[in-house]
Write a protein that binds this ligand. Structure first.
Ligand SMILES: [Zn+2]
Length: 171
């Protein structure tokens, strides 16, 4: 049975989380590495700002990044599911799934469920940017499903320019 418990907002949340380790001026950075930056990010994204939330968010991020890069199996998510429950509630439209957290971290649970929602509704569309020097991720919403860059303006143009450079040098 497929259960959709997430919305496009949750998918945007997931992508923002995966993209908190960008390369800036050639060096890998981490927005969540220090308490001040993490608190700001969590507050901006509606995540409770406690220490347990922070730790869980960083741990789940690295697992989801590794899974998206094909370096780890989704079974690695098992240890992040303790206390995560979904309860159906009926209204005039039908059933809605409500997230219940029995001691689990809200931000990490939201990211996990969003990842799985994407897996079901948009298989293969969450992927790493094809620029190997970029550590960002993208969700491909295009019809042909051929997007390769986190952003055409940055990585897309940079990679095109590089190919052009190599091509003209080869000539
Ligand atoms: Zn990129």
């Amino acid at each position: 049975m497929d259960v959709y418990a997430t919305t496009p907002d949750d998918e945007a949340f997931l992508l923002d989380l995966l993209n908190t380790t960008p390369v800036v001026d050639g060096s890998p950075t981490d927005v969540l590495a220090d308490r001040a930056g993490a608190t700001r990010w969590m507050r901006d994204h509606g995540v409770p700002t406690g220490d347990a939330e922070w730790t869980a968010l960083v741990r789940v991020r690295s697992v989801l990044q590794a899974i998206t890069r094909g370096e780890q199996s989704p079974s690695a998510l098992q240890s992040h599911l303790d206390g995560v429950r979904l309860r159906p509630a009926a209204d005039d439209d039908g059933l809605h799934w409500q997230l219940e957290l029995d001691g689990a971290a809200a931000g990490a649970a939201r990211a996990l469920l969003a990842w799985d929602g994407l897996r079901l509704t948009s298989p293969g569309r969450l992927r790493p940017c094809a620029n190997t020097e970029c550590r960002l991720f993208l969700i491909d919403r295009s019809k042909p499903n051929t997007a390769r860059w986190c952003s055409m303006a940055t990585c897309g143009n940079r990679m095109k320019a590089r190919r052009h450079y190599h091509r003209t040098r080869a000539d």
